[in-house]
Design a protein around this ligand. Structure first.
Ligand code: SF4
Length: 480
């Protein structure tokens, strides 16, 4: 017998003025017990229900003894105008793997609580681009994904050899759960894969075997990202260590070799190595066209080439974070997953002042040549070492307020300090500090080349009006 479903009612956190929700009398704080007689499990079902015309909402309101009904007059497809507090109303399916390389196990105490949640939930994969290992996926989930066309999804592969995969996940179901990947692909679902490459675990011959396995069994995968493990100074896994320069170069070689094989076999490269590998190996990045449209840009694949192209004026290459499915969902929250990075844009107080670009150590390697090409002595880079996490963490997205406080304290006043928004979520750093805690005022700039160029020229940020919803994967959280 299956366990009864535990569902919490969606709670309204915001109501748009003059929207159907507002006109019906719905208020922030209300709980939506039923929508047209149904209690949605998650925001996917919620979005389908609120798409209907003329809704009956059964509402529980604080201060009123009994639930009551609100009737909402609206057209089919018209937004309801109510934002709810979470994406999943029954429980988020948590991960029962124990990967040695899991970055969540390497976080220090005191970080935002949402960062320590290990989810392995296909719904969050669809909604936010989180990677799932499918070890908790079921027949019913498959049926729902196929029926509701929840596509694309993002799947952690790591290895196609069953024993290696089970060892890496420290979960025997890891040996068999890729059968779901086959079923998803057979059902026409677009799936992006990821291999977190760990030295002496799944690099070398095993990486070759994995990519051969992908070509043999999953040739309809959309992409496969090879990304390095992150090792912080809080890791307790003695076998986990950063790649050496030679090992990073070997990963680049392996991926490039297999790109040729994939191109010959299926007409596209499919597999890509993260930018970090080229930085670690001291090699130039592959040409922009080889990234085939940057499908895993947000996972650090081709980010440097896209940044460079956008910095040079190619607006189409200015790929920032896209809100994914939520771009098209009425009232869905992003908080805790893919929240807005920083809502308020601060205008420069003195556009003639010298400019310092704050960035991570890897970011500095990418930005250095671009800034040099401007030949502007008033612009300097300020690389911020990631002492907070330590280890091999050098990407700008993991910069913390603590390290920025340290670095900015010794920087002169009166200069413009530009900070990439990739290290913020709703205006907060990973260590819960905010930009108000920094000793110098900073201008938060969207993490793409075009936005940086505009900021350096003292021009206001450009609003992205591209209406195309597109999902992108996360780099911190599940599976990395
Ligand atoms: S890396 Fe991902 S799959 Fe592995 S334990 Fe961490 S959250 Fe779970």
């Amino acid at each position: 017998m299956s366990a009864p479903r535990v569902t919490t009612a969606p709670k309204v956190v915001a109501v748009t003025e003059s929207s159907p929700a507002d006109l019906s009398g719905l208020r922030p704080g209300d709980e939506l017990l039923f929508l047209n007689g149904r209690s949605p499990r998650d925001v996917i079902e919620y979005s389908l229900l609120v798409d209907e015309p003329d809704l009956d909402l059964v509402v529980r309101r604080r201060g009123r003894a009994d639930p009551f009904t609100l009737q909402v007059a609206k057209e089919p497809g018209e937004p309801l105008g109510a934002e709810v507090s979470s994406a999943v109303f029954d429980r988020v399916r948590t991960c029962d793997n124990h990967c040695e390389f899991c970055f969540i196990h390497q976080l220090p105490k005191g970080m935002r609580r949402s960062l320590s949640m290990k989810d392995d939930d296909y719904r969050l994969s669809f909604l936010y681009g989180n990677f799932t290992t499918l070890t908790r996926f079921t027949e019913m989930d498959l049926e729902r994904v196929l029926t509701e066309r929840l596509s694309p999804l993002f799947v952690s592969i790591h290895a196609t050899d069953p024993d290696v995969r089970a060892d890496m996940l420290r979960n025997r179901r890891g040996a068999t759960s890729l059968r779901w990947l086959e079923a998803l692909l057979d059902g026409g679902i677009e799936v992006h894969g990821q291999v977190v490459v760990c030295p002496d675990r799944n690099d070398g011959a095993i990486l070759h075997d994995t990519l051969a396995g992908v070509l043999d069994r999953y040739p309809t995968l959309a992409t496969v990202a090879c990304v390095p493990l992150g090792v912080s100074r809080f890791s307790h896994e003695s076998a986990m260590r950063p790649h050496t320069e030679a090992e990073a170069a070997a990963v680049c070689d392996t991926v490039e070799l297999w790109q040729e094989t994939f191109l010959a076999a299926i007409g596209r490269r499919m597999v890509f190595a993260a930018d970090e590998y080229y930085l670690m190996a001291g090699r130039p990045f592959p040409p922009a066209h080889t990234y085939e449209g940057f499908p895993q840009h947000e996972n650090g694949l081709g980010m440097a080439r896209a940044f460079e192209a956008a910095f040079g004026g190619n607006e189409r290459a200015a790929l920032g974070v896209r809100p994914g499915f939520f771009a098209a969902v009425d009232g869905a929250p992003a908080s805790g997953y893919r929240a807005v990075r920083n809502g308020d844009q601060v205008a420069p107080s003195d556009i003639e002042a010298p400019i310092a670009i704050l960035t991570g150590e890897y970011g500095a390697l990418v930005l250095g040549p671009l800034v040099d090409s401007l030949d502007r002595p008033d612009i300097r880079l300020v690389p911020v070492a990631n002492d907070y996490f330590g280890g091999n963490i050098g990407v700008s997205g993991l910069l913390t307020g603590t390290d920025l406080v340290e670095v900015l304290s010794s920087q002169p006043e009166g200069h413009r300090y530009l900070l990439p928004d990739s290290c913020l979520s709703e205006g907060r750093f990973l260590d819960d500090l905010t930009i108000a805690d920094l000793p110098r005022a900073v201008e938060v700039v969207a993490t793409d080349g075009l936005s940086l160029r505009r900021a350096l020229e003292g021009r206001p940020p450009q609003i992205n009006t591209d209406p195309t919803p597109e999902r992108v994967p996360v780099t911190l959280g599940a599976s990395r």
